[in-house]
Structures are given as C-alpha cells and as structure tokens.
Ligand binder design. Structure first.
Ligand SMILES: *Cc1c(COP(=O)(O)O)cnc(C)c1O
Length: 343
C-alpha cells in the first residue's frame, strides 16, 4: 500500500488526475438519497441512455485540502461548495444533495486518501472534485429520476507552474460561454464545453484565458473562463456583477479580505470602457486563488491594456493572495470560520 508514498514527487505534481485509493458515492433512487458508499474503482457504470450523457445533466464542484505547518488538514468553505452544488442542481433540474451529506462525503474522501495529501510547504494540495450526474435512462428530454453524487480527490501541483506570475488574457466578442438568461451562474459541464473552442483559440495566440463579456450587449465584463475577474483602482476592489457569471467562493472571500484591509469594494456591472483605468487586474478561483493579469488584449478593437510591465504581480493582488492562502493553510487565524479541520 505504501508504494505510492515513496514515488510521489510532490514538487513535480501537475494540475492533473492521479488515481488515489478511494472515492465516495451516493445514489438517488425512488425519490431519496441512499447511504454514502466507498469505492476503490475509478470507473463508474452508467446506462447508455443516462441523461448526463445526452442532455447535459451534470454539475460539479472544486475545492482543496491543505496540510498545515501543524500537520492538520484543512478544507476551505466546503459548506459554500455544497450550497452552490444545490443551486446548480436546481438550475438543471437534478436532485439536490444535502449540505451535511456533502460535507461528510468530502471528509470521508479526504481521510480515506490521507497519504495523498501533499506536505506543508510543497505548494501542492489535495484537489477535491464532487460531481452530480443524471443516471436515469431516458430518451425524451426531461430530468432523470435517478442521480449519482460522488467525490474523488487527486493531489495537484500549483495550477500555474510559473507561480504567481502575471499572464496575458484576451477579449474575443465572437464567443460566449453562457447565454444571457442561461446557465452561466451554475457550475455545469455544458458551460465548459461551450468555452473549449474559444479557450483553444486563445491559447494558440499565446493567451492564458479569454475574458468574456456579457453575452447580451458585450458592454460589460463577465469572467475569465473558469475564474472570476477583479480589478484594483484607487484603493478599491472592483468585480463584475452579472447574471451570466459563476459566483466564485474565492472572489466572495477576497471581497471580505479586501474590505478588512481597508479597501473599498464594488460588485457592480463593469463596462469594458473602464479597462484603461485599472491599476491591477486578476483572475480568481480555487485552482490558483489569484492569477494576476499582465495585459488584456481586445482582439476585436485592436487595443491593449497593460497592468504589469515587469512580470511582477500588483501589490494589492499579492497581499490578497498571501492573506487568503495563509488562512487556507492555517498559517494565519481564520476569523470567519471558513476553514474546517479534517480529523
Ligand atoms: C468554479 C468556477 C469559478 C471559481 O469559483 P471558486 O469557487 O472560486 O473556485 C469561476 N468561474 C467559473 C465559470 C467556475 O466554474
């Protein structure tokens, strides 16, 4: 069993899948959720007519566990992930998974795979991926009557290998990841499928991500593919409000920490025309916490907005990153009870 222990090179982990020992599953049948089950297989059996395969009944979450200096394992705001999965479930008519069960499943998945939790200071963490899918066999377009919830984990290295280094992003008005009154506020696989072509195009042109505009008028900023957007100007943390972006838990936490640091905070529609006035710009999400943006190239208007010329992150973004990461790992006090200890 300790074969892997001696072979995992924590400093060379990528942000990718690694098979661990166990995952936790739960099935919804006959109108109710069953007991949590433990599996050591990373294969699931699905009916070929299941709604997750045909009609996109699939939602997921992403969170991380960290080992602290004190050796204890911490997860960040998992109640928020549980509630968001419920919101996603309502959004695409799936059975909602109870919050306490979600937390119990996450705890169990972490504990059963304890030997895969990277050590303190390695920069790596245990990524946790809860998943909710429609399992019922149907041909007609309607919600399934059977669902499966599962949680698996995988040790991951830092999302961006280069570390806390600003990256360029682009605006391309020819693509949307979500519709104006569509599923943009839910964490569903369909939004990700819709973003793949634009993401690939952006990568090919040398950009880390696409900064999407509001899909209706293309006047306001939405978000960066799988991460929210924020900017800093005049001691103010500014992040878009929109009905087509995913409510990021990282962003919500940063808003609080920014206010605590004495910044003003604004969550409101942010027009593209403000891009030229920002001092710092960044993406935020669980995977990287904060990814500073060096430059936003508006490929349709042939304009460029530069936020970092020296390859360094802005001071406020860096302060926010250090603060949030320190709370997640237990290096600094957790005044809001965001962190839960897994023991
Ligand atoms: C998951 C996700 C985010 C980041 O949310 P966090 O809760 O901070 O991890 C941002 N945008 C989209 C579209 C997402 O799916």
């Amino acid at each position: 069993m300790d074969f892997m222990e001696t072979t995992i090179n924590w400093s060379e982990l990528s942000f990718g899948y690694m098979k661990t020992d166990y995952n936790v599953r739960c099935y919804y049948r006959d109108g109710k959720w069953g007991e949590l089950e433990v599996s050591s297989s990373d294969i699931i059996n699905i009916h070929m007519s299941a709604t997750c395969l045909h009609y996109g009944q699939e939602a997921f979450e992403g969170l991380k566990a960290f080992r602290g200096k004190d050796g204890r394992v911490r997860v960040f705001r998992m109640d928020e992930n549980a509630k968001r999965l419920q919101s996603s479930a309502r959004g695409i008519m799936m059975a909602e998974f109870p919050v306490e069960r979600f937390e119990a499943a996450v705890r169990q998945a972490i504990k059963l795979n304890e030997r895969f939790i990277p050590p303190y200071g390695s920069g790596a963490s245990l990524y946790i991926r809860p998943l909710l899918i429609g399992m019922g066999a149907l041909i007609g377009v309607k919600p399934a009557d059977e669902y499966m919830f599962m949680v698996f984990v995988s040790p991951v290295g830092p999302y961006f290998k280069t570390g806390f280094t600003p990256v360029p992003v682009c605006i391309m008005r020819g693509f949307d990841r979500a519709a104006p009154n569509g599923t943009g506020t839910y964490k569903v696989g369909g939004n990700y499928a819709a973003s793949l072509v634009a993401g690939k195009k952006a990568n090919e042109k040398g950009y880390a991500a696409v900064l999407y505009l509001d899909p209706k008028d293309k006047i306001y900023l939405d978000e960066c593919g799988p991460a929210n957007f924020f900017a800093i100007r005049d001691n103010t943390y500014i992040t878009p409000a929109s009905n087509s972006i995913l409510p990021s838990i990282t962003n919500k936490s940063l808003l609080q920490l920014a206010a605590d640091m004495g910044l003003k905070v604004e969550r409101r529609p942010v027009p593209v025309s403000e891009l030229g006035s920002f001092e710092e710009a960044a993406e935020c999400g669980t995977a990287a916490v904060i990814t500073p943006i060096s430059r936003i190239d508006d490929l349709d208007e042939d304009r460029s907005y530069v936020y970092s010329k020296d390859g360094k992150a802005g001071r406020t973004s860096e302060k926010l990153y250090n603060k949030l990461f320190a709370i997640q790992t237990g290096d600094e006090p957790d005044p809001y009870g965001w962190v839960k200890i897994i023991d």
